[in-house]
Design a protein around this ligand. Sequence first.
Ligand SMILES: *[C@@H]1O[C@H](CO)[C@@H](O)[C@H](O)[C@H]1NC(C)=O
Ligand SMILES: *[C@@H]1O[C@H](CO)[C@@H](O)[C@H](O)[C@H]1NC(C)=O
Ligand SMILES: *[C@@H]1O[C@H](CO)[C@@H](O)[C@H](O)[C@H]1NC(C)=O
Length: 305
Amino acid sequence: MFHTYGLLTFAMASVAIGSTVVILKRFELNDMMAAVEKYKATTLLLVPPVLVTMVNEADSIKAKYDLSSLKTVRCGGAPLSKEVTEGFLEKYPTVNIFQAYALTESNGGGAFIDTVEDSRRFGTSGPLTSDVEARIVDPHTGRFLGINQTGELWLKGPTIAKGYFKNQEAANETINAEGWLKTGDLCYIDEDGFVFAVDRLKELIKYKGYQVPPAELEALLITHPDILDAAVIPFPDKEAGQYPMAYVTRKVESNLSEKQVIEFISKQVAPYKKIRKVAFINSIPKTASGKTLRKDLIKLATSKL
Ligand SMILES: *[C@@H]1O[C@H](CO)[C@@H](O)[C@H](O)[C@H]1NC(C)=O
Ligand SMILES: *[C@@H]1O[C@H](CO)[C@@H](O)[C@H](O)[C@H]1NC(C)=O
Ligand SMILES: *[C@@H]1O[C@H](CO)[C@@H](O)[C@H](O)[C@H]1NC(C)=O
């Protein structure tokens, strides 16, 4: 409720259109599924890691709970890959996924999908919301980029925040004199105006000067049948600067090795994107809203150096 997603989309918008809202004390997958069955919920508002769990545990979830009331899943907060979307629709074929993109600083302004037809364009957050202008900017040169080119997304419009309370310095860094909000998100926009989020600019891994978006590698990792969940972080290296390291949660019965994980990814990506180190972990740390806490894993990995 302290983000635009929880407050505006979930609590306020639902009430404004006359819906009943079911609120859990804290996120727990089984409690959520039990609530869907009990209240015949039609819509779930989720973040990508929760969708991943719903795909991995689909068989046991569907055996335990009657989810026939569920029609729509709305998803935002982090990039949702094509692979996860396809996996979800295979397991829950009667549910539509609607993605959205916004920041607390942009309030409702950003991009969202509101038609079933658009929801079939996997990986996009949708076209821009009305009244919002967007630019894709090269973060190093400040040059405006064109169709399909990846850079930082800037937004402008009446919903953009005026600044940060009692912090003019932070406001100056984030919102420029012309009112453009620098989102800190790496995105591209296709020919039809659909916005695709790639990753957080600050969380890009810089391998020998090449940029590697961890979200892309995470999306590939979780397609492995033995992998329940994964997070990718930069690992410091004298020669390369940084290289991609993966934290992986295996399925209980799996004995998947570091070497197998490394090979699985190296077959699918350019050489500079290869994962070069793997650690296994019981669960990937998440925020209260279910987003992956890469910074906690970075601390864990580097504390052992
Ligand atoms: C943008 O990318 C799409 C999908 O790869 C491609 O079909 C389209 O031709 C590209 N357009 C431009 C202008 O590069
Ligand atoms: C913020 O920007 C305004 C306008 O450019 C400037 O006058 C002000 O001194 C800046 N404040 C801080 C704290 O950087
Ligand atoms: C992993 O488990 C499989 C089946 O249980 C077994 O055949 C294989 O030898 C194991 N591999 C390793 C590296 O322990």
